[in-house]
Design a protein around this ligand. Structure first.
Ligand code: SF4
Ligand code: SF4
Length: 211
């Protein structure tokens, strides 16, 4: 469930201004929504039902803490899916410098990502819809070094524990939004950005790794 990096040359100084803007959202309400949300009009007209669903869906009870006792390659499909924190960070469009290999995140989300719920809107058919969407496996987790440092799969693969805001710890899917980890209110849908303009939306990597 990942947007792979697109090869393109990005100057090292790119993204500083955008990062400053994104980090200035300020306080959040009880539902984890930022005081200023760039998708607000979009939510009101098209996504309000999805938004409310995301706020009220409880996290699954999967006899925790399975992630402490079961290696990634032994997890059931249900456990594997439950491990995802729902941050949506991995579904942001990325650019890659073909010379240095450095990956740059942008504030533009895959067109299939609901920027409010931070969920894929067609997860079961995502590979038909988005052929570039990569599949995360126990093997690729360790190869995809561009994954956010907060990604639950990466944390477990590195022998680390899940943070307190992870829905499996908090028991509430909203905690990933309340903690400011998800891309809710920070990403614009790729449906509204031309691929040639992606380099104008590069953000500082620190924003993606921030826990
Ligand atoms: S197709 Fe779905 S899972 Fe894949 S990058 Fe896009 S939103 Fe994420
Ligand atoms: S936990 Fe990892 S796979 Fe799940 S949405 Fe976050 S970055 Fe993506």
């Amino acid at each position: 469930m990942f947007q792979p990096p697109v090869p393109v040359v990005i100057p090292e100084t790119a993204g500083k201004e955008i990062y400053q803007g994104l980090s200035g959202f300020g306080s959040r309400d009880d539902n984890g929504c930022p005081a200023f949300c760039i998708n607000h009009d979009f939510i009101e007209t098209l996504k309000k039902d999805d938004c409310m669903d995301a706020r009220n869906t409880p996290a699954p009870d999967l006899n925790p803490p399975f992630w402490k006792t079961t290696p990634l390659n032994r997890m059931t499909p249900e456990q594997w899916e439950a491990l995802c924190d729902g941050c949506g960070r991995c579904c942001l469009e990325k650019l890659k410098n073909p010379t240095t290999g450095k990956v740059y995140y942008t504030s533009v989300a895959c067109p299939l990502l609901n920027p409010v719920t931070c969920q894929c809107t067609d997860y079961d058919r995502r590979h038909q819809q988005m052929p570039d969407c990569l599949t995360l496996t126990p093997e690729t987790v360790v190869r995809f070094r561009w994954l956010p440092k907060t990604c639950a799969y990466r944390l477990i693969a590195e022998g680390k524990d899940l943070p307190g805001w992870h829905p499996l710890i908090s028991g509430d899917r909203r905690s990933v939004h309340r903690a400011g980890i998800s891309v809710r209110g920070k990403a614009v849908s790729g449906a509204h950005v031309h691929p040639d303009d992606l380099s104008r939306h590069v953000i500082d990597r620190k924003l993606i790794d921030r826990g």
